[in-house]
Design a protein around this ligand. Structure first.
Ligand SMILES: *Cc1c(COP(=O)(O)O)cnc(C)c1O
Length: 405
């Protein structure tokens, strides 16, 4: 008789977005005449840029001829894409990354969920609270949890670092020393971003403690302030302590197309001298058979002159929504943060309302769907996330409704 992986039975509660979907569907069924606007889920709405579509069409044609047909892609990704990544995302910012430190994948969610494969199950992890749920859930699935304390409802090997307005949404160094530190900047869900000085302190801390930072930079393209680094490797010493994960989803609308990459520097070694780069190469080669040629060609086009201009315009479109949300909410009397270097506004719920109270209130009174902060962790209680990924028209309409509440 087979047995299941018991770690899966330890996973925390029901998935946040399915709970939201259930509530929204029930409301829509009971109120079929109401127009519900979603500023909830973090998915883009603008179509792919023309330069990207053109590259995809031409790559499809390549597949139709015996001379240009492509089968399995190289394990690390095609060199044309890795060179474009190296030159545009790193060299252009003064960072030298070698081609064999770049691992092209089908997205940042898989990479951030899979990266745990190369670490000991006994490592202690530290995550921000509130947190992008993948970091914790994937570690629970791998059994990297330690023992459970029913009183605190916490695992002994999972450190939560509160990020609230008290610390300006920048995590403080924890009391217990972590081995693996997850940082996401610009942050989902709080919308805040780490300044260069703050990130440098974390890099120094990780090097001193011989810890590794998993740096999720999926929202890098939304950075508008000069003192916010786009890559963790802009900080001194990051190559000996950090893995960086990137995505084409939010900067170029690839959420349904699927493309991302991970940087594992060759200088990054464990205490016993084992380098992580060959381990991840082995993992990648064994469990992943390469991102599709057509999609890697589409990714290359993101770095063309036309592609850069067009995707920049898309980001600007969403950031205009972000500005509309922040200004509208502020004029309606809400305390709001984020949405300056990210497409997420993080607002404080009105006095006496929990995150879920406010979710119900907004759904019923304004027919707007957002995401309750408490769904991302206990420190998210009393906060609420609105995203700038809708259309401008819907964003404007939603903000007018909130102002009129
Ligand atoms: C959207 C998002 C990603 C991107 O995931 P993909 O799998 O590349 O679509 C990664 N990290 C965070 C925090 C995100 O919000």
């Amino acid at each position: 008789m087979f047995k299941v992986n018991e770690n899966y039975l330890k996973l925390p509660g029901s998935y946040l977005f399915s709970t939201i979907a259930k509530k929204v569907n029930a409301y829509k069924e009971a109120n079929p005449d109401k127009e519900v606007i979603s500023l909830g889920i973090g998915d883009v709405t603008q179509p792919l840029a023309p330069a990207v579509i053109e590259a995809m069409h031409s790559a499809v044609d390549d597949m139709a001829s015996a001379e240009t047909f492509k089968g399995y892609a190289p394990d690390l990704g095609y060199e044309f894409l890795r060179s474009a990544i190296r030159d545009n995302d790193f060299k252009a910012r003064g960072v030298d990354i070698d081609l064999d430190e770049i691992f092209v994948s089908d997205g940042a969610k898989s990479d951030s969920g899979n990266i745990g494969d190369i670490f000991s199950v006994n490592n202690v992890i530290a995550v921000c609270d509130p947190v992008y749920p993948v970091y914790v859930d994937s570690n629970v699935m791998e059994g990297r949890t330690g023992t459970y304390n029913p009183e605190t409802e916490r695992w002994s090997n999972v450190i939560y670092m509160p990020c609230t307005k008290e610390n300006n949404f920048v995590p403080d160094f924890p009391e217990q020393t972590p081995d693996i530190i997850y940082l996401c900047s610009p942050n989902n869900p709080t919308g805040s971003a780490l300044k260069k000085d703050d990130l440098q302190k974390w890099v120094n801390y990780a090097n001193e403690k011989k810890a590794v930072i998993i740096f999720d930079a999926a929202y890098e393209a939304y950075i508008s302030e000069d003192d916010v680094p786009h890559s963790i490797y802009e900080c001194d010493g990051a190559k000996t302590c950090a893995i960086e994960i990137r995505s084409f989803s939010k900067n170029a609308g690839f959420t349904g197309t699927r493309l991302g990459y991970t940087i594992v520097p060759k200088q990054l070694v464990a205490e016993d001298g084992t380098a992580l780069n060959p381990l991840w190469a082995r993992r990648h080669g064994t469990k992943f058979n390469g991102a599709p040629y057509i999609i890697q060609k589409a990714g290359e086009a993101v770095y063309s002159e036309a592609g850069k201009a067009q995707t920049k315009e898309q980001v600007a479109y969403y950031m205009n929504n972000a500005k509309t949300i922040v200004e509208g909410l502020k004029s309606a009397g809400y305390n709001v943060s984020g949405a300056v270097n990210s497409p997420y506004a993080w607002l404080e719920t009105p006095e006496g309302m929990t995150s879920w109270d406010f979710f119900d209130f907004l759904l019923e009174k304004a027919n707007i769907v957002g995401t309750p902060g408490s769904g991302f962790g206990p420190s998210g209680e009393g906060y609420f996330r609105l995203t700038a990924f809708g259309t401008y028209e819907n964003t404007l309409k939603a903000i007018e409704r909130i102002k009129n509440l």
